[in-house]
Design a binder for this molecule. Sequence first.
Ligand code: EPZ
Length: 427
Amino acid sequence: MDRILIRGGKPLSGRLPISGAKNAALTLMPCALLTDEPVTLRNLPRLADVDSFGHLLNQLGASTQIEGSRPEDFGRVMTIRAGKVTATLAPYDIVRKMRASILVLGPLLARAGEATVSLPGGCAIGNRPIDLHLKALEALGAELETASGYVTARVPDGGLPGGTFSFPIVSVGATENAIMAAVLANGTCILENAAREPEIVDLCNLLVDMGANIEGMGTDKLVIHGKQRLHGATYSVMPDRIEAGSYACAAAITGGELELAGASANDMHAIIAALRETGVHVEETRSGIKVAADGKLKPLTLSTAPFPAFPTDMQAQFMAMLCLADGASVLTETIFENRYMHVPELARMGADIRVDGRTAIVRGVEKLTGAEVMATDLRASMSLILAGLAAEGETKVNRVYHLDRGYERLEEKLSAVGADIERDSDG
Ligand code: EPZ
């Protein structure tokens, strides 16, 4: 398996391109199932999860054609054609590797009138059920049946009648599945306490380009008037706010200065406010965001919460950065029950972190020292890369397949701005 070697201590400096958003791409791709016309996605990030989703779409009868892009280009153009849907099953071996596969549930139900997906099972950061996905679809009129680890959803004769569902807790994926089922319903669907993440707005923008009728985009109440059919569209994936936030932390932890080209500050207010509170300078430029740090960081008290609050997907990266702050920080993870897997690995590099339930106390230390560490999930892996960039000596991060799921050509992007980083295979 591949691993990444970093020799730390070098301030980063230069221009770093931000790719299309993984968590937008994974909800935009299944939209192609909603029409028999081609859907072309531009600025699609070159990621393992995007490739996996493409293979799933192929299994459902859709073709996925990557248009020519030079190896040095970031992002790709993919045209997806679901002229006919030949299967409506998302099998266990795919769903267990990539939870986002359940996002075919809503579109398959809408297009083919039925869908069967494996219950996802747990993952490193929590048990992550899909009960809200199922309750939402049921409220919109779907008939559900669960057996042998799979759930089958069917629309009644005459199609999905529509209805109202108020989410008891905010769920990004359940909101996405409900929206994609609602756009072809026979009636009107009202979603209350819907997730408002920018990736949901990206989803709604594509669906409206395809002819959907959605009111309330960007708010927690969506009113969707179902249409008979949707047409194809060409759409560009939004920039990845979590990738941008992660590299902003790289500038902060190394006391460097980066221009994050293509980043959208508008999606990152809570991340930017938190960076500024640590003393990092953040400035919006014409082409993205400039982040500059002088190596001294102030401690923070921070809680994760649904958008527009501070995102859970940035908690591990901020924790790495705050390991070197001048004082004690208090981080509280309110979204997932087990998202501190990076803590014992950071501790092996000299970090002083105490976890008590959902709260972590991070006491700043003078320095981190390089070590061999193991990645456990996508964002935990990034926190180890960040720590390695600042640590004295060499850090080896194993199991980097986690990283490849969510960061396009990470070592190329970091090398280009001065990091001493390389990938090697440990056989
Ligand atoms: C999406 O996951 C993202 N993934 C996650 O990013 C992100 O951390 C998460 O939203 C929160 O922002 C993609 O978009 C592909 P949720 P999702 O449903 O949709 C509970 C990354 O690193 N819940 O908003 O699965 C759930 O257990 C990944 O890029 C239920 O109880 O997250 C969690 O505690 C990690 N029942 C909370 O809600 C359900 O039916 C929020 O989960 C669904 C969720």
